[in-house]
Design a protein around this ligand. Structure first.
Ligand SMILES: Nc1ncnc2c1ncn2[C@@H]1O[C@H](COP(=O)(O)OP(=O)(O)OP(=O)(O)O)[C@@H](O)[C@H]1O
Length: 318
């Protein structure tokens, strides 16, 4: 019996976030529905789903900014219902909107955040943070004149200053160029290697692929989770790639066929997908014999899978 209890304690200790039956309703709208999440220490966990699917609401419930209507669990070994104040102190939360002072310099912003947290050795920590995030040479620039990429780097520095154990990043790279997004993700992986756990919401597929694990939610319901490969394998989706002439016309015809769930243009190709492989192949047979087109069986992309999940999702929020 004691061995069993020890095993359970170890299992829980491995998870920085372990919650179940998490729900939240605003008015009559259920925006998070019976959600369960398990995230291990050091993991980069991606949170994907269409606009309004409940990602931000879930993050806010995890870090104690919002009280769930139902549900239970732990975050950083604290009870999410009872210990929200303790959780807040150990979490770095980066919101979608740049929330620092545009008329203060980078250094002044970090100094301000350090004061808010009553951090000891404030000056040293601010300079160490500037150094760590590659911001030293811009320390005296006003935050308001920074590009999107530098603003987001400053926001990350600010939410790391109090040395949190968990990062909750809500669409941290929205509107940021690919090079800056790549730098940002290098930082997240570097932090992960030091044991930092990150839950990050994003709409970018390349970012989803950079996560160790991910979850896809729609209408507040968890529709898939796992590694990228597990999510792809679990989709049951078959995808054909077709090249040829007049693809625009072909696309509109294919969309009418039974078992064709998606026919989407990607450059000079169409991705044609469905979950019932036999019915899909029957529908496509005559087109595949047409010499104007070249068909190749392909692995579905994450985007194909997410769109398919979204199409089959039920709106249970009303
Ligand atoms: N405080 C609130 N009061 C009422 N409704 C809210 C509140 N906060 C969020 N909502 C609603 O809850 C739903 C889920 O919102 P949420 O911000 O969690 O979604 P999201 O998945 O983060 O969306 P996005 O990808 O656009 O950021 C939306 O319909 C939103 O309008």
């Amino acid at each position: 019996m004691s061995a069993l209890i020890n095993l359970r304690a170890t299992e829980t200790a491995d998870f920085v976030i372990k919650v179940e039956q998490l729900s939240k309703t605003f008015g009559t709208r259920c925006v998070v529905n019976n959600l369960a999440l398990r995230i291990k220490r050091g993991e980069i966990y991606g949170f994907l789903g269409p606009n309004g699917s409940g990602k931000t609401t879930t993050m806010r419930m995890l870090c104690g900014l919002l009280t769930p209507d139902t549900g239970k669990g732990i975050c950083l070994n604290y009870d999410i219902l009872r210990d929200s104040n303790k959780i807040k102190q150990k979490v770095g939360y980066m919101t979608q909107k740049f929330s620092l002072y545009e008329d203060l310099t980078i250094r002044e912003n970090l100094d301000f955040v350090a004061r808010l947290y009553h951090l000891p050795h404030r000056q040293e920590r601010v300079w160490a943070s500037l150094e760590q995030l590659g911001l030293s040479t811009r320390a005296n620039q006003l935050a308001g004149v920074l590009s999107g990429g530098w603003k987001q780097r400053l926001a990350l520095a600010a939410c790391l200053l109090h040395e949190p154990q968990l990062l909750l990043l809500d669409e941290p790279t929205a509107g940021v160029d690919p090079a800056a997004r790549r730098d940002f993700w290098e930082q997240i992986h570097h932090l992960s290697a030091t044991g930092m756990t990150t839950l990050v919401s994003t709409h970018y597929m390349d970012e989803a692929e950079r996560c160790h694990r991910l979850a896809y939610i729609a209408y507040g319901n968890l529709l898939a989770d796992g590694t990228v490969q597990e999510v792809l394998d679990g989709s049951g989706l078959t995808t054909w790639v077709v090249c040829g002439i007049d693809l625009w016309q072909l696309q509109s015809q294919l969309k009418q066929l039974p078992a064709v769930e998606q026919a989407v243009a990607f450059g000079n190709q169409l991705h044609v997908s469905g979950r019932d492989i036999d019915a899909l192949n029957t529908s496509l047979q005559s087109y595949q014999q047409d010499t104007r087109y070249q068909w190749t069986l392909a692995h579905p992309s994450l985007e194909d899978v997410f769109i398919s999940l979204m199409q089959t999702a039920q709106d249970t929020s009303l």
